[in-house]
Design a protein around this ligand. Structure first.
Ligand SMILES: *[C@@H]1O[C@H](CO)[C@@H](O)[C@H](O)[C@H]1NC(C)=O
Ligand SMILES: *[C@@H]1O[C@H](CO)[C@@H](O)[C@H](O)[C@H]1NC(C)=O
Length: 316
């Protein structure tokens, strides 16, 4: 009764078509999102003008708020599952705030490491304020796992998925688990929440990696083939390499020779690496749906189901 779209991704614009049966997660979650970014700025209690400007800049409320939406919907779904309570607890809302703060800190970190000069069509903090200060504003964690990945071919995929969990999915998974613990004492529910967040999070990153090859520079707000330029082999490359073993050498030298990035990109687009990565993301989304379906039915639970479709069909 629920089909994932499998259209190959191209540069042409395509809109997400929502099934009317399902609640629009972003509409349903928006009432809880109100003032979230104002609260984040209050939480940061920034003292210097410069830090305050950086915070205003990154927490401008124009992001997708993907993480807070998932976390708040999960909170409501678990509360309803537990005792049909219709309210989000203050402590659960704090989890949504913290998740977005950690995520944003990691974006700043990424931009510094990638030396990116645009994000969502705006200049990045490091571009405006310089690297040292951008790193100072980043409160949380390193993103260095992705810098070391030269195992043999068989281990690469496991490493890639592990990195994907740590880089993207673990924050969503643990935030989902946290609000479930606050809302419901049943350990089975905590596991459902964690598994949903983990699987959606991995799918989200896999699609991100696909978009790095298929999205136009201006629409992603970030240059394409950014990962190749950083020397990183993501899902589409690893799948393409199974078809074109000559890519191995390029992966091993991290696309460092002149022309490597362009050639690797050509190989990927000639292979079915993009499609295979998309199929893999579909499998993770299917697993997320299977998990969340174990909860008591509610509009929020159905919105979390709908969200798995949005993850797969988003084009930026
Ligand atoms: C749950 O609460 C909603 C209102 O919040 C109410 O309409 C519904 O009947 C309740 N369901 C159960 C099973 O108590
Ligand atoms: C539902 O459970 C939560 C968490 O245990 C509790 O704070 C809340 O008061 C309960 N609500 C109702 C309507 O029983």
């Amino acid at each position: 009764k629920f089909h994932h779209t499998t259209t190959p991704r191209t540069c042409s614009c395509s809109k997400v078509v929502s099934d009317e049966k399902y609640k629009d997660p972003f509409k349903l979650g928006s009432k809880d999102l109100k003032n979230l970014y104002e609260d984040i700025k209050k939480e940061l209690l920034v003292s210097t003008t410069e830090l305050r400007e950086m915070c205003d800049y990154y927490f401008d409320g124009k992001g997708k708020a993907f993480r807070p939406i998932i976390v708040l919907l999960m909170a409501r779904a678990c509360n309803i599952h537990h005792n049909n309570s219709s309210e989000v607890q203050e402590s659960q809302r704090s989890i949504a705030i913290i998740a977005e703060m950690i995520h944003t800190a990691s974006l700043v970190h990424d931009d510094v490491i990638d030396d990116a000069n645009s994000r969502r069509g705006k200049m990045t903090v490091n571009q405006i304020w310089g690297e040292r200060k951008a790193v100072l504003a980043d409160l949380v964690r390193g993103e260095f796992l992705q810098l070391g990945s030269k195992e043999n071919e068989n281990e690469r995929f496991a490493h890639y998925l592990e990195k994907t969990f740590k880089k993207t999915a673990s924050l969503i998974a643990n935030s989902c688990k946290a609000v479930s613990i606050l809302g419901c004492p049943d350990p089975k529910v905590h596991e459902i929440a964690f598994q949903y967040g983990k699987n959606v999070g991995i799918a989200f990153q896999l699609i991100d990696d696909v978009l790095d090859f298929t999205s136009c520079t201006d629409r992603l707000g970030k240059p394409t083939s950014a990962d190749l330029k950083l020397g990183l082999a993501t899902g589409p490359v690893l799948f393409a390499c199974q078809q074109f073993p000559e890519m191995n050498a390029m992966i091993m030298r991290r696309f460092s020779l002149p022309g490597d990035v362009e050639r690797a990109r050509e190989y990927v687009l000639q292979s079915d690496g993009v499609q295979q990565t998309t199929y893999l993301a579909q499998r993770y989304c299917h697993e997320a749906m299977r998990e969340i379906s174990k909860l008591q039915s509610s509009p929020e639970r159905d919105a979390l189901v709908q969200l798995t479709e949005i993850v797969l069909t988003r084009d930026k």
